[in-house]
Design a protein around this ligand. Structure first.
Ligand code: HEC
Length: 173
């Protein structure tokens, strides 16, 4: 009887510990700059789609993002750098307040994550070129904090053919 009881206690403690570990592994809910970016992504009106189309695209061979489908939009400030076919103009330089959002999808019904570029040179989390980098899951948890200033993103987004870091124009002609 006593043995069964202590076994039960040990099992409960083990389960409690496993629970604690798995909840630590979960992405944290957005706060600070990440929350700012997440709110912008949810509230933004005046959306302009890349190539004027909201259809989901298969990710490109160069994509550093794990999800298989994507679509990209620009707020009104950023859309000043698109031509009439919705592509980025050669030599474009995005003005302050530009918001560029790539929505990443696991499948056609399930939006998983937002990859975000926001131009705000005075922002404490802006990189040397004035861009704030956001990587936020659809449920509002943070995939990579903006405080990292795009350290894992900039290398790839600086490759030949980028226009002010943008790559849609290179991979989706
Ligand atoms: C290994 C390369 C690579 C890395 C690393 C990468 N990206 Fe991208 N990203 C791409 C490519 C390629 C595209 C074009 C669309 C596609 O195929 O995914 C893109 C598209 C985007 C776009 C749409 C705007 C545009 O035209 O480029 C945003 C916003 C973006 N990425 C943000 C990020 C953020 C934030 C990170 C870091 C957390 C990041 N990316 C890391 C390759 C990368």
């Amino acid at each position: 009887m006593r043995n069964t009881f202590s076994r039960l206690i040990i099992i409960s403690i083990t389960l409690l510990c496993l629970g604690a570990v798995s909840s630590c592994k979960k992405d944290k809910e957005a706060a600070g700059t990440d929350k700012e970016l997440y709110d912008m992504v949810l509230l933004s009106s005046g959306i302009h789609w890349y190539k004027n189309s909201s259809a989901l695209l298969d990710k490109s061979s160069g994509s550093g993002h794990p999800q298989p489908f994507l679509r990209t939009w620009y707020n009104t400030a950023a859309a000043t750098q698109l031509d009439s076919s919705g592509k980025i103009m050669p030599g474009a330089a995005f003005p302050e307040g530009s918001l560029v959002v790539k929505e990443l999808y696991e499948n056609s019904n399930s939006r998983a994550r937002y990859a975000i570029l926001f131009k705000d040179s005075d922002h404490p989390d802006a990189d040397a070129r004035g861009w704030v980098w956001g990587y936020i899951n659809a449920d509002g948890s943070v995939a990579e904090p903006a405080s990292k200033k795009g350290s894992s993103c900039i290398g790839c987004h600086s490759q030949d053919g980028n226009i002010d870091y943008m790559l849609m124009n290179k991979f989706f002609l």
